[in-house]
Ligand binder design. Structure first.
Ligand code: 13P
Ligand code: SF4
Length: 309
């Protein structure tokens, strides 16, 4: 372990802090973390972990969710400017309009959203549990926010529901084009195509497997195939190489990195632990309403509980 990582581990111990990292942050940051995972896994850890402080290496909506689920803990973000643009792509007025139009409406809110929007929603979802949760709802009419692509993926798989889409999108996943993927496949004909549901319909249509970041990693590890074209953020490569060192992974196009996730550096992790900076918290009035859809997600979406170390 290098000097700064060692310093971070010592500070975390001294400050009773746990470090959580999303698969999209730099490999060196993933390596210093206690838990690395996708959005759903990290939300569950944030709820259950007993440490006094959570350092969340990810984008701000993740830190907000940790604070909502665990209001007694201090949540520190190494960089408060690491925001997910998609989290802002939904309008509170639109939610009101939809509620006025449909009596039987469930507002299903992707966790990539700000706390104020969660507070207006019926249930939160992540890419690994959205299908399961939408299917389990009694409502016929579903307003799926903010991601139009994950919403479309859910709509296709749940023809029994009327899923109304919003126009939000992830600029990283939608930068992957079907042409890029087809070109990569011509070069690697034995490869399986793994796609995150934030990708466009054209890219999802080419997939051998579609799933969340964690599901993509688990699929590649368990598969009998040796080569994969990976259509998600490049940070997953760090874990893919650890889990399946003999397999080959190809990324397509030039824009498969999330600039906001990459704002998190080891220096910023150290500094927030050292100085207690980057604290994120949600006002009580918003938090109490935003907690309900998040708790409902944990209840409806849980398959396996995380094993705490
Ligand atoms: P998951 O962590 O659910 O795969 O979501 C991907 C993502 O874009 C997080 O910002
Ligand atoms: Fe947001 Fe996309 Fe970056 Fe995830 S990868 S944080 S959805 S911009």
């Amino acid at each position: 372990m290098d000097k700064i990582s060692q310093e971070i581990r010592e500070l975390a111990k001294a400050k009773d802090a746990v470090i959580l990292a999303h698969y999209y942050v730099d490999g060196a940051v993933q390596d210093v973390a206690d838990y690395v995972g996708d959005s759903f896994y990290l939300a569950k850890v944030a709820k259950k972990d007993p440490h006094k402080t959570i350092v969340f290496c990810g984008v701000t909506f993740m830190g907000q969710s940790a604070n909502i689920l665990s209001p007694d803990k201090t949540v520190l973000m190494p960089d408060l400017n690491a925001v997910c643009p998609m989290a802002l792509m939904v309008d509170a007025n639109k939610i009101k309009e939809m509620r006025d139009e449909y009596d039987d409406l469930a507002v299903v809110c992707y966790i990539n959203s700000m706390a104020e929007i969660k507070a207006l929603s019926d249930v939160c979802v992540t890419s690994s549990n959205a299908l399961k949760i939408v299917r389990s709802l009694p409502n016929k009419n579903i307003f799926f926010i903010p991601d139009g692509n994950l919403g479309r993926f859910v709509k296709e798989q749940c023809p029994e529901k009327n899923v109304i889409l919003n126009e939000g999108y992830c600029h990283v996943h939608t930068s992957i084009t079907a042409n890029d993927v087809e070109k990569a496949f011509r070069e690697h004909e034995n490869a399986q195509i793994l796609v995150h549901p934030e990708c466009t319909q054209e890219v999802c249509d080419l997939a051998d497997f579609t799933g969340s970041t964690k599901e993509i990693i688990e699929y590649a590890e368990a598969s009998s195939a040796d080569e994969f074209i990976v259509c998600t953020e490049k940070g997953v490569l760090h874990e893919l190489i650890k889990r399946a060192p003999s397999k080959k992974f190809y990324f397509v196009g030039a824009k498969q990195t999330c600039p906001n996730m990459k704002k998190i550096t080891l220096e910023k992790v150290r500094d927030c632990l050292l100085n207690g900076t980057g604290s994120i918290s949600v006002s009580d009035s918003v938090r109490l309403d935003a907690d309900k859809p998040l708790e409902r997600m944990l209840e409806l979406g849980s398959v396996k509980e995380p094993v705490l170390v």
